[in-house]
Design a protein around this ligand. Sequence first.
Ligand code: MG
Ligand code: MG
Length: 265
Amino acid sequence: MIVLKNAEEIERMRVSALMVSKTLGMLAAEIKPGVTPLRLDKLAEAFIRDHGGIPGFLGMYDFPNTLCTSINEQVVHGIPNDKPLEEGDIISIDCGVLYDEYYGDHAYTFPVGAIDPAVKKLLDTTKASLYEGIAAMKRGNRVGDIGYAIQRYCEAEGYGVVRELVGHGLGKQLHEDPQVPNYGKRGSGKLLQDGMVLAIEPMINLGTHRVRQLSDGWSIITGDKKASAHFEHDVALVEGRPVVLSTFDYIYDALGLPKHDPIFV
Ligand code: MG
Ligand code: MG
């Protein structure tokens, strides 16, 4: 069942989404060689609680931490550990917050120091594909149009689009209907409607689209051990157009990067 949100609920969801955005912005300044994912996890948990939120992933389906930290060939659902980050790594950080009854859910893949140009291109392309997907979230389109846009953009670069994990509706539950695959056929799936709030989250691999799960029961890694990237925004459909509730601007501020993402209002 798809739960549509009214304007007041969407504004409450924006607050939750921005709390995750600020958390990732805080972490952006901490990501460097030598830092451990577990340290980042503790910082995130303290930050969220200091702002009156509840870590959304902690305990969800028995997940043990505040962050999912997925390094290099890990796609998503990596469990924070005490292995220090190294120059040239990438780390995908996915974070959820529960605040005022609503979830925010937001992810970004960070380079650790200088990285391989081919991996940098994967990150840039995956992030750009997120905005391709967001642009397809508009009146008259269907859920499949979002996945189609992401898949077409990424496969044009020869990348693998992960099939087994998908985006989702978001609200009082972390995972609501509909599922939002990062692949799809034009004009397929549920019709998009005003009041839908979707977590759109391309997971894109440098090589094969195939993935497998590690024996920890959580971490998903690429089938060929090549790098994978993950970016996620929370997006509401308002008057037929996508409104992005989360923002990477806090990350860009922390890293001294220009704010150049498309704005949908
Ligand atoms: Mg997420
Ligand atoms: Mg999500």
